[in-house]
Structures are given as structure tokens and as C-alpha cells.
Design a protein around this ligand. Structure first.
Ligand code: BYC
Length: 472
């Protein structure tokens, strides 16, 4: 890759052209990234022209430029939000001190671990989604999938930039390892649970973008509060792109709900499977699964890691700077869940180790807002059904609830009661086979698969029947 003008090839606002050491590190990493992208990125579409948004700068005009691009030629840029003059650390033991422009030596290991954990999720999601192109429900959806994939690629670049620019040799080793782990691989899995699950169909993908990408929003927002300024600025810019991923999830599931309701009304039946739709009960089961897997991503209810991240000034709360308390939380308490025999109750716990639970609470409230909007669609069709988020203890693998079985209503169950009911709460093999049977590609302009309604509008003011991906 020698000879490439990197400041031209990699749009950036980090003065890449002036930093020879960083350029060399990225020059070594870039061909490995491309190898990874070609072997683990979207399967079967690498040579197609896709109508994509590329960020070429962070200002209003520059961050969303649309044109046809072949994905391997996407310009994965390095962008930090503009610096805030005089920014100080907003929480923890260093409250009020100037933000760090370099890695504080005593926190090097912890900070690297946080950045690696964040970075690891980005390529993982691309790997999870790599076979979906073959069964797209429309060109519009296909394009959105690829947009998300290239931006997850860019988010990987964003974390690799931090590792290479600030962590020397260790950082370069971590950058390599990010390309070597594989989602779902037994020997070298991705770090966090949800990123080793399969995304075998488009319903799972839309659920993933609604629930799992939303964890991304909350984690990035907490890291955007960081006293390590380069991390804060990187995450702030990533959040602008993240909004589109959440849009795809929320409107995507909304369109499935819409289509199901239309089929129920038109066919005067609840049995929409006969008509090629996805019944509301199955949607509920997919919600149960993806929500519970995503709740695990917030870690344990009581976590010394979380307390340390905060006290050290590395990871704040969601909207930390808007909160009106002492931003140290040494004497504060927070309400966390507790198991009392076979009941779930709450207790007051020290606030610092409860920070994961607090972030999970913010996330749950946000998840509920989308569910309410989907229920509005159902109500408009005068159908008597309500989608719900299951209890936070349902099907958890991390934290307090990992050792018990909890029903969607929040009852602690015996193993036997769980086993005899779980088919009603989680997708069964038959449900999955049915959803899989719907996954046939629809690639004619303006047409949509039987199980999903068209979107309200197209991308970047283009019509819904625009040629979002040129397949010919
Ligand atoms: N799976 O004290 P604990 C995104 C580990 S998504 C496996 O309970 P802690 C995106 C934990 O690592 C956002 N392991 O939790 C979305 C720790 O291990 P070590 C990703 C887990 O540390 C869609 C041990 O259990 N960003 O961007 O307070 C598409 C005890 O941990 C899990 C981040 O996560 C799990 N679910 O918090 C694309 C932000 N949960 O260290 C992208 C950075 C916990 O003892 N990460 N463990 O070996 C963090 O802030 C924290 O690492 C966590 C965990 C919140 C994940």
C-alpha cells in the first residue's frame, strides 16, 4: 500500500499528513483491514455500486455525502468532533482538571481495555451480517445494510486510530487482534456475548439494529463523557452515524408491524403466516430474545469495574454533563434489582458500583419508546395486541439474574416451569424456520418482500424506488 497519499485516501481531521509514525502504523494495518473486509464483509456484493453516505469532514455539509461507491473503495475516514476549548474532566476523582490529551499512564491498561471492547463490537457486527445481502427484502433495505456495515468499519478505524496513535506497540497489537477474533468462533470469539450470536435472517437483523445498536448509543454516549479527550471526541462523532443505525431498526420493525397489521385486516385473520407475514406473537418472541441479549451488554448490576471507570474519569454516565449532582457519587445511592427468594425486589445500593444498572435503566426507557410507537401502529389498525419488553431478569446470562430463570412477567421460575413455557417466549426452531422461509431476495426497484411494508420515504430525498444498489 506504499505510495498512497493517506491524507487524500483517508479523509481525516487528525492531521494525518503530519504524523509519520501514525501513518506508518495505519499503512501496515490498512491492507489487513481490506483482507478482513473482503473475507468477512458483505458476501457477494463487493463489486456492486451502492448509493452510500461517506463522511469527508465533520461539518454539516461534509459528513453526509451521497454517491455510488463500491464497498472496498469506501473512504473509511478518521474523524473527531471539534475540540472544546478549555474542556475539563466532568466527573470522578479528577473532576475539574483539564482533560487528558494523552493517555494518563496509571490508567493505560484500563483505558486500552475499554477501547478494545468498544472496537471489537464493530467488526463483529459486520461478520454477523455478512450473509444477509443474499436475502434482502428490497434494494432500499440492502443499501441500508451496507451503509451500516461500512460505518461499523469506520467505527473500527476510529478505535484503531486511538490504539495506534496513543498506545504504541501494545496498541498496534490490539489493532491486529481486532481483525483476528471472529464472531461466534469457538477458539477466538468476539469479546461480548451478543456479538457471538448469529444474525441469520432480516428480522433478527432489524432487532439487532434496534436493541443491540442502541447499547452502542448508550456506551458511546458514556465514553463521549470521558476525560481522555481523543476518546470523547471520537465517540461524539460516531454517535452522529449511530443515529442512522437506530433509525433502520426502529422503522424496520415498525414496517414489519405495519405489514402484519395490514395482512390481518385485509385477510380478516390472525393467521398471517398463510399470507406471507410475520405474526405478532413471533415478533414478540424475537423482541424477547434480542432485548435480553442486549441487556447483558451493560454488565453486572454491581460492578467494581464500572465504579473504577467512573472514579478514574474514563467513562461517565449518560448525559453526565446535564446532571445536577456532585459528579463524584461517593455518598450517593441508586436503586438496583435484588432477588428475594423467588421474588424480584429492589434495594438502595452505593451509586458508584451501580453505574451499569443506571445506564441499563436509561437504555430500557429508550427501548420502551420504540415499542410504544410500534403499539401505536397496531392500535391504529384496531387490533387488540400489545408488544412488550420482557422483565429485565428474563433470560439473562450476566449479573444477578444469570443463575435464575425469570418469566417475561418477572416471576422467578423453577427449571421445569421454564422448560415447559420457554417455547411460548422465545423463537422455536419452527418459528426460525418459518422466518427463514420468508427470506427470498427482492431486488426489483421499488418492490418489497411480503412481510415488510415500504418505508415512508427514500434515502437522501431519493424516491423509494430509486436504484439504491446497481446489481446489473
Ligand atoms: N459478554 O463488572 P462487569 C456497539 C465481562 S455496542 C461477555 O459485569 P463491566 C455496537 C466484562 O468484560 C457497545 N462478557 O462489567 C452495537 C468483565 O470482564 P473482565 C460496546 C461480559 O466491566 C452494534 C467481566 O464480565 N461498547 O458499539 O462493568 C453494532 C465482569 O464485568 C459481558 C462497550 O461495551 C457480556 N455481555 O462492564 C456495532 C463499551 N458483560 O474485564 C457496535 C466498553 C460483562 O473481568 N465496555 N462482561 O475480563 C464497557 O464499558 C464494559 O466493558 C462493559 C462491561 C459495559 C461491556
Amino acid at each position: 500500500m506504499a505510495g498512497i497519499d493517506y491524507s487524500e485516501r483517508i479523509p481525516n481531521n487528525v492531521s494525518l499528513g503530519d504524523n509519520r509514525r501514525l501513518q506508518r502504523a495505519l499503512e501496515e494495518w490498512q491492507p489487513k483491514f481490506i483482507d478482513w473486509w473482503m473475507s468477512m464483509g458483505p458476501d457477494g456484493f463487493q463489486q456492486k455500486d451502492v448509493y452510500l453516505r461517506t463522511a469527508v469532514s465533520v461539518d454539516a455539509q461534509g459528513w453526509a455525502q451521497f454517491d455510488y461507491v463500491r464497498m472496498p473503495e469506501y473512504r473509511w475516514g478518521l474523524f473527531l468532533a471539534e475540540p472544546e476549548a478549555g474542556r475539563t474532566i466532568g466527573f470522578g476523582d479528577h473532576l475539574g482538571a483539564p482533560c487528558w490529551q494523552d493517555v494518563p499512564g496509571e490508567y493505560r491498561g484500563v483505558l486500552r481495555r475499554l477501547i478494545v471492547t468498544q472496537g471489537d463490537t464493530e467488526p463483529a457486527s459486520v461478520e454477523q451480517q455478512r450473509h444477509l445481502g443474499a436475502t434482502c427484502p428490497s434494494l432500499y433495505d440492502l443499501r441500508n445494510l451496507f451503509q451500516i456495515n461500512v460505518e461499523e468499519g469506520r467505527h473500527l478505524w476510529a478505535m484503531v486510530y486511538l490504539l495506534d496513535a496513543y498506545f504504541g506497540r501494545d496498541g498496534r497489537e490490539e489493532s491486529e487482534a481486532l481483525l483476528q477474533r471472529r464472531s461466534g468462533d469457538r477458539d477466538k470469539p468476539r469479546i461480548l456475548g451478543a456479538f457471538n450470536e448469529k444474525t441469520p435472517d432480516w428480522l433478527s437483523y432489524l432487532m439487532f439494529t434496534y436493541f443491540t445498536d442502541r447499547d452502542g448509543k448508550y456506551q458511546l454516549a458514556s465514553l463521549a463523557e470521558s476525560g481522555f479527550d481523543p476518546l470523547s471526541r471520537t465517540c461524539r462523532f460516531m454517535l452522529t452515524e449511530e443515529a442512522h443505525h437506530l433509525f433502520v431498526g426502529e422503522t424496520g420493525i415498525g414496517r414489519v408491524v405495519q405489514r402484519t397489521c395490514e395482512l390481518m385486516r385485509e385477510g380478516k385473520t390472525d393467521d398471517v403466516r398463510r399470507l406471507g407475514g410475520i405474526d405478532l406473537e413471533t415478533l414478540q418472541k424475537y423482541i424477547n430474545f434480542h432485548y435480553s441479549v442486549s441487556l447483558d451488554l451493560f454488565g453486572s448490576e454491581v460492578s467494581t469495574n464500572a465504579a473504577n471507570f467512573y472514579t478514574m474519569g474514563l467513562k461517565g454516565r449518560f448525559e453526565e454533563s446535564k446532571k445536577k449532582d456532585d459528579h463524584r457519587l461517593k455518598d450517593a445511592t441508586y436503586t438496583v434489582s435484588e432477588l428475594a427468594g423467588d421474588r424480584i425486589t429492589t434495594r438502595e445500593a452505593p451509586a458508584l458500583p451501580s453505574l451499569n444498572e443506571r445506564l441499563r435503566d436509561d437504555y430500557i426507557a429508550d427501548c420502551q419508546r420504540g415499542v410504544d410507537r410500534w403499539n401505536q401502529i397496531i392500535k391504529k389498525h384496531e387490533i387488540d395486541f400489545e408488544l412488550r419488553l420482557p422483565n429485565r431478569g428474563f433470560r439473562r446470562a450476566i449479573g444477578l439474574f444469570a443463575e435464575v430463570k425469570v418469566s417475561p412477567d418477572g416471576l422467578v421460575l423453577s427449571e421445569a416451569a421454564w422448560d415447559s413455557n420457554k417455547h411460548a417466549w422465545l423463537p422455536t426452531e419452527a418459528d426460525q424456520a418459518y422466518v427463514q422461509s420468508l427470506m427470498r431476495p427482492v431486488t426489483e426497484r421499488g418492490r418489497f418482500a411480503s412481510w415488510i411494508a415500504p418505508p415512508a420515504r427514500g434515502v437522501n430525498s431519493q424516491p423509494v424506488d430509486f436504484e439504491y444498489v446497481r446489481l446489473a
